[in-house]
Design a protein around this ligand. Structure first.
Ligand code: LLP
Length: 416
């Protein structure tokens, strides 16, 4: 559930009319709801409350300082994939000792910085990465806390670009190889073997692959114990889907409770969850203004002022996101439109074949845009990226200003 609702025939973000925000700050504009972010985080946290646990929000989903600071105040942990994300967490007031560092290509510089910040754990993806972390930790004379990412080889049944737990994917260590890698890690002088992790994919709408993966990991953990390798946490990654259209993903309660139930009798193992989308997606909308309506021979187009550079998910994954009027009209009939942006690419669309009753100047809201929205935005076609605004009940807080034209060529140099 989120806090974007119609009241008095217009869309509100919490207690603020979306049209008023659009008028005051211009379009396109990302709008987030603090209450929604908090509600989603608590849903995960409460569902696993009985088990020792940590919710490590996946920063990549939405790394705005406003969003991170809201989560930091709740005591959240964070899952990061770069030095940049770690710096954002620290800047937002997050606790680095609650940070897990994922990703297949950590550089020596990133590893050194993360060690200096005393992060909770490195989620290691390869033999070569173990060597690198051991070397860097040795250079600054510390022991690096590590977890090995296991590729459980389960089919997440999601979009191939965001499926990560199959043998064919670049992520993690194969189950059959896990014991060997753990033994190697345990023998390295500057590593402290702490955990096991996995992440099988994103936007999963069924609980079964999560449970299958967890069961496979628990078998491995028992096998490790037989070889006297004892770990203290199990990180099951993120990936819980959200209802963009007619999907019916399990509620975070149901998902997290199923995970916690499998941990029964393993009270010594801390459970870590890395949700990103399920916390942020439905806590954000992208608001855009209709510029022109164009009747094509085969299709009608609503040309709006947001484009693929602002929200790339429809173009990149053929993702479907709801597009709704900010001030619904009853005075005209709905027509079918492809909602497209001004970028010079046929793939520049936000939605296709949408029934909308609109005229130029109307505002539309693209829903579920809080995750993998602004973070994937670019300046393609030399377009300034939109502002991000956090609504907190009646308050409107600009958490990122609209980019200015001068920002577009910052750091560039002309030839004289
Ligand atoms: N942990 C790891 C190691 C991950 O790689 C990811 C996402 C997450 C956690 C968070 O997953 P979530 O709970 O958000 O599903 N850009 C794509 C999604 C890419 C996800 C990559 N990894 C999209 O827009 O659908």
């Amino acid at each position: 559930m989120d806090f974007f609702t119609y009241k008095d025939a217009q869309l509100f973000a919490e207690d603020v009319a979306v049209a008023d925000i659009a008028k005051a700050h211009g379009t396109p504009v990302y709008i987030y709801s603090r209450a929604t972010i908090e509600r989603h985080w608590h849903a995960f946290n409460n569902a696993v409350a009985k088990h020792d646990h940590l919710i490590c929000y996946a920063v990549k989903a939405n790394s705005n300082l406003g969003v991170l600071s809201v989560l930091a105040k709740l005591g959240s942990g964070f899952d990061i994939v770069s030095k940049g994300e770690l710096c954002r967490v620290i800047e937002a007031g997050g606790d680095p000792t609650k940070v897990v560092f994922s990703g297949v290509g950590k550089t020596s510089d990133e590893i050194r910085f993360a060690l200096q910040q005393n992060i909770m754990c490195f989620n290691v993806e390869s033999d070569a990465e173990l060597d690198r972390i051991n070397k860097v930790a040795g250079e600054i004379d510390v022991k690096a806390p590590i977890s090995i990412r296991i590729n459980p080889d389960v089919d997440a049944k999601t979009h191939p670009y965001i499926s990560t737990g199959l043998k064919a994917n670049k992520f993690g260590i194969a189950r059959d190889d896990a014991l060997r890698v753990y033994k190697r890690a345990a023998a390295m002088p500057h590593l402290d073997v702490k955990g096991m992790d996995c992440h099988i994919g994103s936007q999963l709408t069924d609980i079964t692959p999560f449970v299958d993966a967890l069961e496979r990991l628990l078998i491995l953990i028992d096998e490790l114990a037989e070889h006297d390798i004892h770990i203290s946490h199990l990180d099951v990654g993120g990936g819980l889907g959200v209802p963009y259209n007619d999907e019916t993903p399990p509620h975070p309660n149901e998902y997290a409770a199923a995970m916690a139930a499998k941990m029964h009798g393993r009270e010594h193992l801390k459970l870590i969850l890395e949700p990103g989308r399920a916390i942020a997606a439905n806590a954000g909308i992208l608001v855009t203004e209709v510029e022109f309506l164009k009747q094509g021979e085969e299709k009608n187009f609503a040309i709006v002022d947001a484009a693929m550079n602002d929200l790339i998910r429809p173009a990149l994954y053929s993702a479907w996101q709801a597009i709704i009027p900010v001030q619904p009209r009853l005075d005209i009939a709905a027509q079918k439109y492809d909602v497209v942006g001004p970028v010079c690419e046929t793939g520049d669309f936000l939605g296709k074949d949408r029934d909308l009753a609109i005229v130029p100047g109307d505002y539309l809201a693209v829903r579920s845009a809080g995750a993998y929205g602004f973070v994937m935005a670019s300046n393609y076609n030399s377009r300034c990226r939109p502002p991000e605004i956090m609504i907190d009940k009646t308050e409107t807080i600009v958490v990122r200003e609209r980019e200015k034209l001068k920002d577009l060529w910052k750091g560039e140099h002309k030839i004289t």
